[in-house]
Structure formats: structure tokens, C-alpha cells
Design a protein around this ligand. Sequence first.
Ligand code: CMC
Length: 434
Amino acid sequence: MSDSNKSGLSEVTLAAGDKNVVLPVQHPTLGAPCIDIARLPKETGCFTYDPGFTATASCKSAITYIDGDAGVLLYRGYPIEQLAEKSSFLEVAYLLMNGELPTPAEFSAFEHEVTHHTMMHERLKNFFQGFQYDAHPMAMLAGTTASLSAFYHDTLDLEDPEQRRLAAIRLLAKMPTLAAAAYRYSIGWPIRFPRNNLDYVNRFLHMMFEVPSEPLEMNPVVAKALDLLFILHADHEQNASTSTVRLVGSTGANPYASVAAGITALWGPAHGGANEAVLKMLAEIGTPDKVDAAVARAKDKNDSFRLMGFGHRVYKNFDPRAKIIREMTHKVLGELGVNDPLLDVALKLEEAALKDDYFVQRKLYPNVDFYSGIIYKALKIPTEMFTVMFAIGRTAGWVAHWLEQQEDPENKIGRPRQIYTGSASRDYVDADKR
Ligand code: CMC
């Protein structure tokens, strides 16, 4: 982990034509220094160009820190490995939203409040009825999350910190209810109410799998594994979906609309949709002897095929979450007595890629999504629900970032510039002269 203050860099001088512009350098608590370019356009008339924001910090945040070279991930300063071992998802959600670990009394009050906001409005069920039976659950989750803004007018005054807090609690509390309802609707099962006598994860599992004909036995191995996956997915600083939540939030849009936008950003296969794509890829590869051919395809620049679950914008080392999930996969499959041939394909693929020059040179390691699909499958979560699972965990991070942004005195509407490559100004041509 680098301590940028030790670099001593306090300003950077940029020569722009015959003008020298002095740009201040900002120093984070941890990580690389940032050149503050806010005054650049005014002083030089130039913008900066950075497709995909690979070199641009869009905000200040005290929530999560990643050191991609060292493979480090901290939530509010706490290493992900310690949280994975000792904490619970709901405690992590409290930590992300409030900045500190809760005392036992604070946790109980938080858990009580979340539990008592899990119900969805009876009329919201009508939104599910409007979907085709085979709609993707991410489509239903995005649509119904956005619709929450039509039900909770009492938490839409963004100037009121208490209303903001309550909206964040509602999103965290209702996301599993909406997710389970989306699943049950898609398979034609009646939607279940949340049960207050169960904890966050078991309540979700109950809403997913309970059938009227027989009692559901809650399996502690399944609940523990899911809780851990939610912890690992809870936040990842300014990733595409969190940046989307912040971009929408920067306009003053309500938190339900902002988080719904985050859900749609998460859906893409380059982001949260990768866990679904990994499982499809492993099934397509089929057997370990076909792995070398898949690796060859992934390296071929004339083939659009990529190894799903490999590579990351920030990690140029092992994704620390992937290390935890890899270990957990063996444990969970062992404890549940599941023998999944796709695990053999995954292990062979990991081994082949990690010793292949193409992947070594580009520092492409397995990411969080590489193993999570195999665990979800062992937990009997259907493939179309994998990204929905990611969304439930990431809701903790989305609302934490939204809350932080609303209090940030430097928050401005997000509005990037562009390099215009179109036609220069020209006159309209009448239809008969074209
Ligand atoms: N398979 C084959 N080649 C790859 C892969 C891959 N999975 N990922 C990157 N590369 C190559 C890429 O072609 C490029 O090669 P070259 O330098 O010869 O042009 C080089 O590695 C750098 O890749 P990039 O696309 O410039 O890197 P990026 O930071 O823009 O993209 C990524 C990061 C995650 C989108 C990409 O690695 C990827 O598409 N991975 C597969 C999808 C995936 O697993 N996504 C989940 C990410 S983690 C969870 C989350 O964020 O939600």
C-alpha cells in the first residue's frame, strides 16, 4: 500500500502553449496522489480526454479503498478478509452506511429497523404481473426498484437527512423482497411475505424457496455462504454501477431512481452480469480437456470471446474477493455434498490461464465473479438470478455512496465533456436537393 503523502508532490506544472499552468495535487489517506485539473479549462481552454475514466477520480469518498497492485480491499479501513471471517452482511451494511462498526445496541436497532421495512406495498405486486413470464429478473428488479419512488413520498425530500436515511434503509430492506418476488413470478410461484423472525439472509432464502406444500428447512451452510457472498459484493468504490448511482444522484433524482439505474449498469456482462456469463461459459466448455481450446480463443484478437471472470480494471493482481470465494467454493461444495463437474473445468481453466504468457503479461487474474456462480449453483440459485444476488449485496454500497454524495459540499451535477468528431457547421439541404 503506498502512502502518497510521502511522495511530497504538492503541485504539477503543465506547459500549455506559451502558458504554464500550476495544478494542485490532492493527497488521499491511502493511494496515488491526484492532480486537480478542475481549473484547466478556464486557464487553458482545453479539456482532458480519458475514455472509461481510467485516470480520473470523480469524487472524494471515505467508504472503500482498493490497492489493485497489492490485491487489497478495505471497507471503511477494515480488510475484506477480516470482515469475511468475523462480520455479517447486515453489520457490513451498517459499517458502509455509517462509517463505524455498530455497538451491539446500535446493531439491534438497525436490524430491527431493516426487518420492519422489508414488506412491499400490495399494489407493487401489480408491476410484476405486467411482465412476461420469461422476463429476466434483472429487468423486473430494475423496474420495481424505480417504482418504489412512487410509493414512498415521505422519503423524497432530499434536504432532510432523516428522509434520506430512511430511503436508504428501505432500499436495503426491500431489495431481497423484490428479488425473491421476481424469481417466484418467473417460475409461477405465489409471492411470499418476508418473515420477521428470520435474519436478513434466511428471510431472503425463505421468500425464495418456501412452498405451500411443505415446511422449508433452513440450511445454515447455505445461509452462511450467501451472507459471505453479500459481504464480498457489498462495495467496490467507484465501479460502473456505483458511479451510475452517483451520476444519477448528482442530478437530484431520488434514491430509488438512482439505485434502479445502478441495477441496470450492473447487469452488463463486463460488470455484475459476468457471474451469469461465467457459468454459461464453463457449461459451454463442458469438460477440462476443452480448456486449452477456450484459452486459445480468448487470446485470439480476431475472436470476440473473452474468459469471463478474468481481468479487472483495478486489480492487476489476485482479486482478494476471488481468493476468499475460491476457498469457500471447496468448503461449501464439500459441506453440501455437491459434486459439480463445472468446478473441475473452472480449476483447469484457472490453472491454464495463470501460466499462460498472454494472461501473465496483461496481469489478468480470476475476479470475484469467477467462482461465485459455482457456489450460487450449489446453493440452488438459478443462473438468471446470479446478477440479482450481486445487486442485493451491492445495494449496501450503492446507498452508502448515495448518502455520502448527498452530504458532499463539492457534489455537482456529473457532466463529462467530449471530443466532437462530427461534421463542422453546415447548412440544411432541402429534401429535393439531397
Ligand atoms: N479474456 C481475454 N483477454 C482479456 C480479458 C479476458 N477476460 N480481459 C482483458 N483482456 C485483455 C484485453 O483484450 C486487452 O488486451 P490488449 O492489451 O492486447 O488489447 C488487455 O487484456 C486489457 O484489457 P482491457 O479490456 O483494456 O481492460 P479493462 O480494464 O478495460 O477491462 C474488464 C476490465 C473486467 C471489463 C475485462 O477484463 C473483461 O472484460 N473481463 C471479463 C468480464 C468480467 O469478468 N467482468 C467482471 C469484472 S469483476 C466484477 C465487477 O466489476 O462487476
